[in-house]
Design a protein around this ligand. Structure first.
Ligand SMILES: [Fe+2]
Ligand SMILES: [Fe+2]
Length: 357
């Protein structure tokens, strides 16, 4: 099915935190992301909404958190996100992350050679599964770059659990402590997001029809060898756009559904170029028979929300106006920003929020 509209990839991902203070210390101080906006959940101003990302908060680099201290713990399952991967350029940079995390008391698993990239797995303080993945070698290692996603690929034995060099991976780390984040460790945004579906075909068809994503890899989960693992991305037949890979694990046979809550992803957002394109997109998704929210004013972008066939909450957000719309670009994230309609309540809102370091 051809589509009129193709997203360039992810805009942001929004997760649930039980403590803004802990989340800030993990993502800003340990992982070195910039706090690009300190605000509240516009739909529930008693809760923080923190935005992390590249310095200016470019689409594709943005991780956001709702602070819900009293929410129950979530659990991944069909209709939810399994993990979020952040990108690093080299394997050396990845090894430095392994050492830096270990020295901070954060256990990790890897680096595992996935073929397409090397992966290091760990969890944030609320249990959200994270991965750091290298930029290369890329999807063209086992099929032509101009014909990705056309055949079902069986992973070679040396990449499957049981056949791979787990001991070698576990022993591999950086030889010295890494107290400072060096340029080769720079985390450059969302490398991929891996979700779980109980309707692989329908969900895949939907991502293609609704968002213009293309199937770029059909393979099996290297950790069990039996579950199908398909990858979609913004792909023009020559290159895969950065920050655009969405992968789905096929849990057709499972009845385990995602339970929303702390440590889980709340939703993922894809990019629209501007408000005009977003309106076209809204019409397009309605034509596919899917309910879509009205356009919501989020100050830094405009948003529409809808669900994939397996229940995952999706958003399309505009690239602009961006995070410098209500504070200077040089001091993003330093003060609590509220949208104009909440300014009158600032005093009460500030009283309910725990001050952040
Ligand atoms: Fe992954
Ligand atoms: Fe969002």
């Amino acid at each position: 099915m051809t589509t009129r509209l193709t997203t360039r990839g992810f805009h942001h991902i929004t997760m649930v935190s039980s403590s803004a203070t802990r989340t800030l210390s993990f993502y800003r101080d340990l992982l070195g992301l910039s706090l690009t906006k300190k605000t509240v959940n516009f739909d529930d101003p008693s809760a923080y909404h923190l935005y992390f990302g590249s310095e200016g908060g470019q689409p594709g680099t943005i991780l956001t958190f709702f602070e819900w201290p009293h929410a129950r713990k979530g659990q991944w399952g069909a209709g939810g996100v399994h993990h979020l991967a952040l990108g690093v350029s080299t394997l050396d940079g990845l090894l430095k992350w392994k050492r830096r995390l270990a020295d901070a008391g954060v256990p990790s698993n890897g680096p595992i050679d996935r073929g397409y990239f090397f992966s290091l797995y760990f969890a944030d303080p609320d249990g959200q599964i994270l991965e750091i993945a290298t930029a290369g070698p890329g999807y063209a290692i086992d099929e032509p770059a101009d014909a990705l996603g056309q055949q079902l690929l069986i992973p070679p034995k040396e990449r499957l659990s049981g056949g791979r060099d787990e001991q070698g991976f576990a022993a591999s780390t950086y030889p010295e402590p890494v107290p400072l984040i060096t340029p080769d460790m720079h985390l450059d945004g969302i490398h991929h997001i891996s979700a779980i579906t109980d309707q692989l075909e329908r969900a895949g068809d939907f991502y293609e029809a609704a968002l213009g994503l293309k199937l770029v890899k059909k393979t099996y989960n290297q950790d069990d060898g039996k579950t199908k693992h398909y990858f979609w991305a913004d792909y023009d037949g020559a290159e895969v756009s950065p920050h655009s890979s969405l992968t789905l694990f096929d849990w057709s046979a499972s009845t385990l559904r995602e339970r929303p809550g702390v440590g889980q992803t709340h939703h993922i957002a894809f990019r629209a170029e501007n408000a005009e394109q977003q309106l076209e997109w809204r019409e397009h998704i309605l034509e596919l028979g899917v309910d879509v929210s009205p356009v919501m004013e989020r100050t830094y972008f405009k948003s529409i929300y809808f669900r994939s066939p397996d229940g995952l909450l999706l958003e399309i957000a505009t690239d602009g106006p961006g995070f410098a719309v209500d504070e200077p670009a040089a001091t993003l994230g330093t003060t609590l920003k509220l949208p104009p309609w909440l300014e009158a309540e600032r005093e009460d809102i500030e009283k309910t929020l725990t001050p952040l370091p």
